[in-house]
Write a protein that binds this ligand. Structure first.
Ligand SMILES: Cc1ncc(COP(=O)(O)O)c(C=O)c1O
Length: 376
């Protein structure tokens, strides 16, 4: 058969190798000047005052929730239709996730369903920009302001996406991003938190560095002995300079990556909307989508089940993934009994298709053609 189309392929090359090898030559491979440079570039790119790098988006979320004061007895509103790390990060800081229904059009938390989930214990709303498509931040913030709640964005997939003309991360809330290889840009593993609040930024820097009062780089540069102190308990959530260098190279490629993803999604949108039994994503006018993931819904009219379609595509050399999981349906969250019919329908009926910057026209046509055959 000879064709093998993966779900994604990170866009890496010589630029990453060169920057990484310079870091190795420098001898400073733990967190240092390259992470600081990457943070500065990232903050400028999204339009936030500060960016703080971490080891993953999961640890970014844990840090953001913790320094925002979330802990035992607190409730945090999240969508269930998300990767499990969204809810895990809430549990990691001792709080309780409260799962809220999505809008099936966008697969994002439905603002109309948030208010009825707010109790005296609610402390924050954590919208997820699912698959890169921004959630309704303005309505969510309006509800949060009315009830005195914080908004912390799970922006794992949303690097370069825009809401009402402004990039995610630049809307004044704390936002957490991922650099896992399935995301827009990668550092192998890695995360970033953006904020406009200098106090929060300072506390996040300490939190990721064992709660220590001074960073390694500050101590290294000092011309006198500095004895550090530990004003609060922290973690080791430090990104390395090897990853920082990779992030810098990746960020420079982001405009190209974004353009390619949008071109390929444009092709899918057109070609797949002509096939019966499929629903393609519909993007609201005020949203600029990065297409970090491209999903389709298999309608109930389909003669073939979602799972059988995935099996048949795999037989033809095409990797797919089930749509986003529903966290409340997993065994480890079985004590959180909620009924979310739209979430349950969407998780069972959607498929994520291959999409990566180096995907050729032939590969794109091959995917569409095979889907057409399977559904006939
Ligand atoms: C919505 C969402 N939140 C959080 C995460 C966790 O990101 P990381 O793998 O960087 O910890 C992911 C990763 O897939 C995600 O999709």
């Amino acid at each position: 058969m000879g064709i093998n189309i993966p779900i994604t392929k990170p866009y890496l090359g010589e630029e990453e190798k060169q920057l990484i090898s310079k870091v190795i030559d420098s001898g400073w491979v733990s967190q240092g000047p390259k992470v600081a440079e990457f943070e500065k570039m990232f903050a400028e790119y999204v339009g936030a005052k500060y960016a703080i790098a971490t080891t993953s988006c999961t640890t970014a979320l844990h840090s953001a929730l913790s320094v925002s004061g979330m802990g035992h007895g607190d409730e945090i509103i999240v969508p269930s239709l998300s990767f499990i790390a969204t809810a895990n990060s809430v549990v990691h800081c001792g709080a309780t996730p409260v799962f809220v229904e999505i809008d099936p059009e966008t697969c994002n938390i439905n603002p109309d369903k948030i208010e009825s989930a707010i109790t005296k214990k609610t402390k924050a709303i954590m919208p997820v920009h699912q698959m890169g498509l921004p959630a309704e931040i303005d309505s969510i913030r309006e509800i949060a302001n009315r009830h005195g709640l914080k908004v912390i964005e799970d922006a794992a997939c949303a690097i370069a996406s825009e809401y009402k003309g402004k990039r995610i991360g630049g809307h004044g809330n704390i936002a957490c991003f991922s650099f896992h290889p399935r995301k827009m840009i990668t550092t192998g593993e890695g995360g970033m938190i953006t904020t406009d609040d200098c106090n929060i930024a300072e506390r996040l820097r300490r939190f990721r560095h064992h709660g220590m009062s001074i960073s390694d780089i500050e101590r290294h540069k000092a011309d006198k002995v500095i004895i550090e102190s530990y004003p609060e308990i922290g973690y080791n959530y430090r990104m390395t300079d090897i990853q920082g260098a990779m992030g810098i190279a990746q960020l420079k490629k982001l405009p190209f990556i974004l353009e390619r993803r949008r071109q390929i999604a444009g092709f899918y949108n057109k070609a797949l909307s002509e096939i019966r039994h499929i629903r393609v994503p519909k993007i609201p006018d005020h949203i600029y989508h990065n297409y970090q993931s491209y999903w389709i819904e298999i309608l109930v009219s389909s003669p073939v089940s979602r799972d059988a379609i995935m099996e048949r595509l795999l037989d033809k050399g095409i990797a797919t993934r089930r749509g986003i999981m529903a966290i409340h349906m997993e065994r480890c969250y079985s004590k959180y009994r909620v009924f979310l019919p739209e979430t349950e329908r969407i998780t069972k009926s959607t498929v994520i298709l291959p999409l990566y910057p180096s995907m050729s026209d032939e590969e794109q046509r091959y995917v569409v053609q095979r889907i057409k055959e399977v559904l006939q």
